[in-house]
Design a protein around this ligand. Structure first.
Ligand SMILES: NC(=O)c1ccc[n+]([C@@H]2O[C@H](COP(=O)([O-])OP(=O)(O)OC[C@H]3O[C@@H](n4cnc5c(N)ncnc54)[C@H](OP(=O)(O)O)[C@@H]3O)[C@@H](O)[C@H]2O)c1
Length: 223
C-alpha cells in the first residue's frame, strides 16, 4: 500500500511504539489519527489526537465514528495499545487481569470491527496488530500478558483468513523487547532492547509491501 494520502488510525499513540509509528506513517504521507488516554505529543498538520480509553466500547465507537465521518474510510489500523505485568498468579487481582485482557485483546476486536466495513467497501485495507514474542512462548509470571498476546496471534490469524478474500491484509507483528515505557510497570527488565523507531519502520515496511503480498506474521528480536 502506498501510504501517501491514506487514512491511518494508531491506538496507543502517546508513547513508545505507537508514537513512533504515528511519526513514521506521517513521514510516509498518511493522515494519522492517534488514540490514547494521555495526550499524544505530535504537532503535524496531518495528525489528529483523539482522547480515548480503548477499554471503553463507547469511546472506541465515538472515535472511529468521528474518523469515518471526516474521511469516509480507514485504510490502515494499527492495533498497538497495550501494557503488561509479570507477577505470580496468586498476586494478580481479577480486576487487573480483566483490564489487561480488555486493553490488549478486546480493544483489537472493538477497533477492527469499526474499520472492516469501509475496507470491504473499498476492496482494500490493512490491519496491523502488535503482538509480542510473549505471544509465541510462555514466560514466568506472564500468565495474563502471554495469554493476551497468544490470543492476539489467534485473533490475527483468524481475521487474516476472514478478510483476505476482500483484499484486506491482516498482519501480526511480534516484537521482542523494545525500549519504551512498557517496562516502567512491567516488573521485569530485559538485557537487550530494540528501539521504537526501528519497530515503527518495520510496521511501515510491512504496510508498503505490494498489495498482492500478505505478510501475515512476523517476529523480530534484539540481536
Ligand atoms: N516494549 C516492548 O518490549 C514490547 C514488546 C512487544 C510488544 N509490545 C507491545 O507494544 C505495544 C505498545 O507498547 P510500548 O512498548 O510502546 O509501551 P508504552 O510506551 O507504555 O505505550 C503503550 C501505549 O498504549 C496506550 N494504552 C495503554 N492502555 C490504554 C488504554 N486503556 N486506552 C488507550 N491507550 C492505552 C498508552 O497510552 P495512554 O497511557 O496515554 O492511554 C501508550 O500510548 C503494547 O501492545 C505492548 O504489549 C511491547
Amino acid at each position: 500500500m502506498n501510504l501517501s494520502g491514506t487514512t491511518a488510525v494508531v491506538t496507543g499513540s502517546s508513547s513508545g511504539i505507537g508514537l513512533a509509528t504515528c511519526r513514521a506513517l506521517l513521514d510516509a504521507g498518511a493522515v494519522v489519527f492517534g488514540l490514547s488516554r494521555r495526550e499524544t505529543p505530535i504537532a503535524h498538520e496531518h495528525f489528529r489526537w483523539i482522547q480515548a480509553d480503548v477499554t471503553s466500547d463507547v469511546a472506541i465507537d465515538e472515535a472511529f465514528d468521528a474518523v469515518l465521518a471526516q474521511f469516509g474510510r480507514v485504510d490502515l489500523l494499527v492495533n498497538n495499545a497495550g501494557f503488561g505485568f509479570f507477577r505470580d498468579i496468586e498476586l494478580i487481582d481479577p480486576a487487573e487481569w480483566r483490564r489487561l485482557i480488555d486493553t490488549n485483546l478486546t480493544a483489537m476486536f472493538l477497533c477492527s470491527r469499526k474499520v472492516v466495513p469501509s475496507m470491504k467497501q473499498a476492496g482494500r485495507g490493512m490491519i496491523v496488530n502488535i503482538g509480542s514474542v510473549a505471544g509465541k512462548r510462555g514466560i514466568k509470571g506472564g500468565t495474563a500478558y502471554c495469554a493476551s498476546k497468544f490470543a492476539v496471534n489467534g485473533f490475527s490469524e483468524s481475521l487474516m483468513e476472514e478478510l483476505r478474500e476482500f483484499g484486506i491484509r491482516v498482519a501480526c507483528l511480534n516484537p521482542g523487547s523494545v525500549e519504551t515505557g512498557f517496562f516502567d510497570h512491567a516488573g521485569i527488565e530485559p538485557k537487550k532492547f530494540m528501539q521504537p523507531d526501528d519497530v515503527a519502520r518495520l510496521v511501515v515496511s510491512l504496510v508498503e509491501l505490494p498489495d498482492g503480498m500478505l505478510p501475515d506474521e512476523m517476529t523480530v528480536r534484539p540481536l
